[in-house]
Structures are given as C-alpha cells and as structure tokens.
Write a protein that binds this ligand. Sequence first.
Ligand code: 5AD
Ligand code: SF4
Length: 470
Amino acid sequence: MEQKLTQATKKLFIKTYGCQMNVYDSNRMADALAPHGYAPTADIGQADLVVLNTCHIREKASEKVFSELGRLKELRDERRAGGQDLMIGVAGCVAQAEGEEIVRRSPVVDLVFGPQSYHRLPDLIARAGQGAVIDTEFPAEDKFGHLPAAKKEVTVARGLTAFLTVQEGCDKFCSFCVVPYTRGAEVSRPVEQVLAEARGLVEAGVMELTLLGQNVNAYHGLDSKGRSVGLGELCHRLAEIPGLERLRYTTSHPLDMNDELIGAHRDLEKLMPYLHLPVQSGSDRILEAMNRRHTRANYIDAIQRILNAKSDIALSGDFIVGFPGETEADFEATLSIAREVGYASAFTFKYSTRPGTPGAAMDEQVPEPVKVERLARLNEQIMSQTRAFAKSCEGRVLPVLIEKKGRNPGQLGGRSPYLQAVHMEAPERLIGTIQPVEILAAGNNSLLGKIVTVAEPKSASVVESQASVA
Ligand code: 5AD
Ligand code: SF4
C-alpha cells in the first residue's frame, strides 16, 4: 500500500447521518484518506468516492441509506456511460449491523465497513474492485492509534468548535437500543491520547471542545501511570490547555453522574453550564422494562445533586414515547418528569423497533397513532419549556463564543454557554472571540443580542485566520 501521496488527485464526498460521533468519524475518515490523495468535496457530482456514514438508531435513519444508494446507482451509471467510475462505501452503524446484507440489497456498494474499522479504509479501497469488500470486525488494534491527525489547515477550516471522541460503545444494554451491538463494548481512550488530540486541535485555533461518547460519563481512561481516570478528572486535565476556552460533553447516563464529575461542574469555569442527561421515561414501570437500571427518584436525585453543586445549568434530555406497554398514565409520568426537572431543551422520539434488541420481542407494542399523539403532546410541552428558558435569558449578559458570519449582512452568529444560537450585529474581526452579549429578544430557534463592551482579541493573527474560514 502506498503510504504518502502528497498530491490530492481524487475527490471524496462523505454524507453523515446520525449522531455527533458520526460527524467526528467522518472527519477522521477524511483525515485517513488525505495522505492517499483524497481531497474532500462538497459536490457529490465531482466525487470519485462517496461514503455514506450511516445511523441505525431508528428505522427511519436506517432506511434513508437505501434510498440514497438508489440515487447513487443512477449517478454511477451516468459516470460509467461517460467512461468514468465512482466508488461507493457504506460506513457506520448500518454497515456494522447489516454487513453483507447491504451488498445483497444494493449491489452498487463497493465497500462496507463499521465504526471500528475505518482506520483500514485506505487498505479496503486498495482491495475493492474485484467485488465488494466488507469489514465489520471489532479489531483488536486501537483504531485511534492508526489514524493520522488532521493537518492544521484542515482543522482551521472545520471551525472554532470541535468534537473529540473519548469513549465509545456501551455496556448498559437498554432494551430499546442498538448501540451496544453496533458500537460494541465500552472502551475509553487513554488520557494522554485524548490530551494530545485536544492540544493539536487547540493549536489549530479550536476554542470549544465537545467530548463524545455513547456513555461519555462512564469514561475511565488510563493515565501515563496506568491509573484509571474519570471524566471529571479528564475535564480538569483538559481545562489546563492554554487557549481552550470551553468544554462540553455528551451523552451521559444518570448512573454515571458521579461526585467527581459533578464537582467539575462546580469548580471548572471552562466546563459549560449545560448538561444532556437522558431519562427516556418518567414511569418506573417503563424505566424497568427499558432496563435503564435507575428509577425516576434516582434520576431526580442525580439532578438535585448537580443543581446543588451548580444551580445555573441548562438541562437537556432524551425521551422515548410509545415504548412497549406504555399506558396513558406512564406517558403522563413522562410529561410530569419533564416539568419537574425543568428541562431547557430535549430530544423526543417515537419508539422504533430495532431488530435484535429485547424491546423488539416485547408484547404490547404501542400503535403508531398513539405514539404520534403522545409525541405531539410531549413536543408541545418541551417547546414551551424551551421558549420559557430562552425568555428567561432576555436582559441577561451572556458570554458568547462568536463563531461565524450570521444569515443577515453585518450579523455574526455564536453560541451561549447554554448552547443556544445567538445572533448579533458585530464586526467580523470578532469572530473567534468570546464577547459579553446582552440578550435582547428570544426567537424560536435563536437569541438576538448586542455586544455590551468589546473585549479586543488577544492576537489579531489568530482571529484573521479564523475569520477567513467563516
Ligand atoms: N427508538 C426511539 N428512540 C431511540 N433512541 C435510542 N434507541 C431508540 C429507539 N429504538 C433514542 C434515545 C437515545 C437517543 C440517542 O435516541 O432517546 O437517548
Ligand atoms: Fe446512530 Fe447510535 Fe450509531 Fe450514533 S452510535 S450513528 S446514534 S446508531
């Protein structure tokens, strides 16, 4: 296999579905292919290789892949008619779950590879051509140890905020969820590996890092002395990196909200006051059937401990409506826990039967119209909570990380500590700085604000390089 091809000769188009970890993985796939002559393109019509990085979490997400493959077949047929070719890869969680079945349903596919084997992509491409190549192993080697770091200019182009996977997989086996099967057992990356990647990102101008894991607060990576380190301590170590301004993490399980992590929320200014802590249901009966391993009271207790340590925190969650056996009373318990916790935002889903999970075999599947009706009621309540939270920000001055140009001329866009989008009129030179912004009005999806006093950027050169990519 050729190791260093410095000239980009081929074009790569990656379409990413699903969660933030897939976004991270897509970037790392592009990094893995860069030394082999592949440059990213935003135009699928120009691509020599198209990768669909897929999601299996719900049926809808899964099925999107096959309709996209239908369109890709047409594109490839056109190419071939013109004497050219197109290589097509399916990556991610559908690839992991379905493997060969993908090629059987869609013979247009040349490559099928799972979330744990994409570091082998250059090799898989080299082998493609004489029939489809399938790699859905959970290899013994650490993929992160085999992936090249992104070039500095690539990181700069990706923007001021970045994802960093610190933990992957899940051992919890909630009865609705495919993740333990698609992403495998829980694995934490070693502390030094995480710190080195973080330093590289920050040196390239990244100001905000979101640590990723399917069960990120179960993180237990080894440090250089072989000691197991939790997410709270990892946040402390990361916060020491000069130039890193903000830290976030997602997504968490209530049982892993330990005192050390809660203490980090209290003690670390860089750890943003936003916590995504899924509960899924407010009914103990359903929580048990979901194999969540916690009760409603355990969850409320975790929230209380967090709020005792830091009262100013925006809470977010995930909910599933229509899990098998869910009655109207169970659903009302979900509405009531959402009110009781006072979420600032939440993600809501209709239960989707996933093959191979215990939930799929359960009696009392809830009829679709009931799921639809419950989802609408929950959404209405959550939307009104989100609006109320946004409204409560009016008149406050929030530090906003200014990331990019806004939609309207003269406007810039950024993020509040609570992860809300904020728009304000400001000069472009302020991209890449954190400014105190008075919130003037709460809109449906974003806040409108104005900068109170401009804190001038420390180093003009850093800001200029960021402004040029905005
Ligand atoms: N059906 C609906 N929603 C699901 N989720 C996970 N599995 C399913 C499923 N089978 C939701 C959960 C999880 C989020 C990432 O997706 O709420 O927290
Ligand atoms: Fe989808 Fe889960 Fe895979 Fe992310 S880890 S892509 S949410 S199935």
